[in-house]
Design a protein around this ligand. Structure first.
Ligand code: PLP
Length: 387
C-alpha cells in the first residue's frame, strides 16, 4: 500500500498523527458533503426516492465492512444514541450485573450505568493489570467476570487509550453460552482493523463515523443483530415505517417498522450532506482494505517502536495491539506531559493520555512524520545516571 496523502488536504508542514481523535476528510468526501449541501438550493431536485436510496447504499457499504446484512445496519447521530437504543431493550431477567472494562469511553459507560441504576444491578468494571502481559491478562479477567449473573458486556474492542485489542472470539463464545449480550464499541477500530461479524457472536456494534471511517462528525453507524429486531426504538420516526416511501399516504399511519435494524434509525435519517460523505469515505476504505491499513501503519511505525524499545518502552504482543492506534507508556526517560510543548513547536499533532503517548497514524502519514517525531523524542530524552 502506498501513501495516500494526496487524497487529503492536510496543511503542509503539519504531522497529524491523531486519527483516533478525529480523521481529516478526504478531498472527495469534503466535495460529497458540499454537493450535498448545494442540493438544497433547489429542493425540487431532491426526489422522494432520494430519501431512501442513499441510506440503502450506505447500509450496504457498511455491511460489507463488517460482513453483515444491510438490513442489520442502523444509522445514529452518536454512539451514545446507539448504545441507548440497544440497552433499552436488554431486560435484567434477574441478572445482577453488567461487565465493562476500565476506562471505557464515557458514551458506553454512562449508558451501562443508567441501565444498572434502572435495573438495580451492578457495574462490574474490569481493571487493566500491570504492564507485561497486560492485555492478555486483561482479556482473561474480562472473561472471568462473565457469569450466568451477567446481563451484558459492553466494551471497545480497540481501547481508545492505547489500542489494546479485546478478543471478541472468546468473549462472544462465552457470552453466547451463558445468554449474555455482547455490545461492542467499534469506534476506534472499524475502518482500520478488520472485523468479520460472521466470525464472532456480537449482539450489537456501534461506531462513530468521524474517526476511522473517515466520515463526518455527529454521525454513528452500527450493526444490530436480529435479537433486537422486535425491540422498542428510542423514538418513533415516520421514516422507519413500512409505508415511509409513499409520501402521499403517510397519514395512513402504518404500525409496522422496517424489518431487522430498520426501526432503530435516527429520525431524518437521510441527511443529504453526511450520507454522501460516508458513502464516499466507506467506499474508499473498502477499496483500501483495513488489513492493508494495518500493514501500512505497522511499516511506518516500525522505527518508532524500535526507538521506544531501545529506551525501555515496550508494546504488548502483536495480537493484542492495534497497529493504527498505539499508546506508548512513557517512563522516567521520556515524560509524555513534558513532551507536549516540543511536539507542538514541531507541528506534530498527537494525543497524550496520562503518561502515555498515543500515536494514531493513517494512510496520509508518511515515514517522515514518524522520523520527525523520533527526532523530538531524541532531543527530549533524559539520560538517567545509574549510580
Ligand atoms: C471509543 C469511543 N467511542 C465513542 C466515541 C464517541 O462517542 P459519541 O459518538 O457518543 O460522541 C469516542 C470518541 O473519542 C471513542 O473514542
Amino acid at each position: 500500500m502506498q501513501n495516500q496523502k494526496h487524497k487529503f488536504r492536510i496543511q503542509e508542514g503539519i504531522s497529524y498523527i491523531n486519527c483516533a481523535y478525529m480523521a481529516p476528510l478526504m478531498q472527495s468526501t469534503e466535495e460529497a458533503g458540499i454537493q450535498g449541501m448545494i442540493r438544497k438550493r433547489n429542493p425540487f431536485e431532491i426526489s422522494q426516492e432520494d430519501f431512501f436510496t442513499e441510506v440503502t447504499q450506505l447500509k450496504g457499504l457498511f455491511a460489507q465492512v463488517v460482513n453483515c446484512r444491510p438490513g442489520q445496519v442502523a444509522l445514529f447521530p452518536s454512539t451514545s444514541y446507539g448504545f441507548a437504543s440497544v440497552l433499552n431493550n436488554i431486560l435484567s431477567e434477574g441478572r445482577k450485573h453488567c461487565v465493562l472494562i476500565e476506562n471505557e469511553f464515557p458514551s458506553g459507560y454512562f449508558a451501562a450505568e443508567k441501565w444498572a441504576q434502572k435495573h438495580q444491578a451492578r457495574l462490574e468494571v474490569v481493571a487493566a493489570g500491570d504492564f507485561g502481559s497486560r492485555i492478555e491478562n486483561w482479556n482473561e479477567a474480562v472473561l472471568n467476570a462473565i457469569t450466568p449473573e451477567t446481563a451484558f458486556v459492553l466494551l471497545s474492542y480497540v481501547h481508545w487509550f492505547d489500542g489494546s485489542i479485546f478478543d471478541l472470539k472468546r468473549l462472544g463464545e462465552k457470552c453466547k453460552s451463558l445468554g449474555v449480550k455482547l455490545i461492542v464499541d467499534g469506534t476506534q477500530g472499524i475502518g482500520a482493523l478488520p472485523l468479520d461479524l460472521q466470525e464472532y457472536h456480537v449482539d450489537a456494534l456501534v461506531c462513530a463515523t468521524y474517526k476511522w471511517l473517515l466520515g463526518p462528525y455527529s454521525s454513528a453507524i452500527g450493526y444490530i443483530s436480529d435479537t433486537f429486531s422486535q425491540g422498542e426504538p428510542l423514538e418513533e420516526s415516520w421514516m422507519n415505517r413500512q409505508n415511509a416511501q409513499d409520501f402521499a399516504n403517510l397519514a395512513n399511519y402504518e404500525e409496522s417498522y422496517f424489518p431487522l435494524a430498520g426501526r432503530y434509525n435516527v429520525g431524518e435519517t437521510s441527511d443529504f450532506m453526511k450520507i454522501p460523505m460516508l458513502i464516499d469515505s466507506i467506499g474508499q476504505l473498502l477499496e483500501w482494505q483495513s488489513r492493508e491499513i494495518q500493514a501500512y501503519c505497522k511499516k511506518i511505525l516500525s522505527p518508532l517502536r524500535d526507538f521506544m524499545a531501545e529506551n525501555g518502552i515496550h508494546l504488548e504482543a502483536e495480537r493484542f495491539q492495534a497497529q493504527h492506534l498505539v499508546g506508548f507508556q512513557m517512563n522516567e526517560r521520556l515524560n509524555a506531559q513534558e513532551l507536549i510543548p516540543a511536539l507542538k513547536a514541531n507541528n506534530i499533532i498527537l494525543s497524550v493520555r496520562g503518561n502515555s503517548l498515543r500515536v494514531s497514524p493513517h494512510l496520509y502519514n508518511t515515514e517522515q512524520d514518524i522520523e520527525k517525531l523520533i527526532g523530538v523524542l531524541k532531543e527530549n530524552i533524559k539520560i538517567i545516571q545509574h549510580s
